[in-house]
Design a protein around this ligand. Structure first.
Ligand code: FES
Length: 173
């Protein structure tokens, strides 16, 4: 299968997933936040056309759905990478060197605060406030996996294991 066909196939599957999420919640507009959370899990963000579709399906004004999607910091209207790396920059983590960790990650992935997603859509880096695991400072989260006491060396190892995993996945395609 070529890349265009694979991409179209992925888009179709994601869209069918959105349909089933809305159906599962019986087109109930009071479930909007839950629906948006589940849609975001599917896409890793909330694409504009999908928000419009959700609004139409729930018989709600598009502006209202956008209002909810932009109100909560948890929702993102921008595409994110397959691996979302969150580096805690709360006080405890900052004291233990999280700013340096963030710099190293930005340098390695050629990213910055302004451009925080790689062009291949593999990585997004986010500096976040306290993740509630201060005893493990400095803390880094990759998707849902929490890493504590992250040194520069440990950070390198994490990136290396992701690269190995990606190589393994692509060798199956
Ligand atoms: S300050 Fe980083 S987990 Fe609390």
């Amino acid at each position: 299968m070529n890349d265009t066909i694979i991409e179209a196939d992925v888009q179709l599957r994601q869209f069918q997933q959105v349909l089933s999420i809305i159906e599962k919640h019986q087109f109930n507009k009071r479930k909007l936040i839950t629906i948006l959370q589940q849609v975001q899990e599917e896409y890793r963000y909330l694409p504009q056309e999908v928000l419009t579709y959700v609004a139409t399906a729930l018989d709600m004004p598009v502006a209202e759905v956008y209002g909810v999607a932009t109100f909560y910091a948890h929702f993102s209207l921008e595409a994110k990478g397959k691996y979302i790396i969150k580096v805690c920059d709360g006080t405890a983590c900052h004291v233990k060197g999280s700013a340096r960790l963030l710099d190293v990650l930005y340098n390695k992935l050629k990213l910055s605060e302004k451009k925080n997603t790689t062009d291949d859509m593999l990585f997004t880096i986010e500096a976040v406030s306290c993740l509630g695991a201060c005893g493990l400072a400095p803390v880094m989260v990759v998707n849902d996996k929490v890493y504590g006491e992250v040194s520069i060396k440990k950070c390198d190892e994490i990136l290396k294991s992701i690269a190995e995993e990606e190589t393994r996945i692509s060798s199956f395609n």
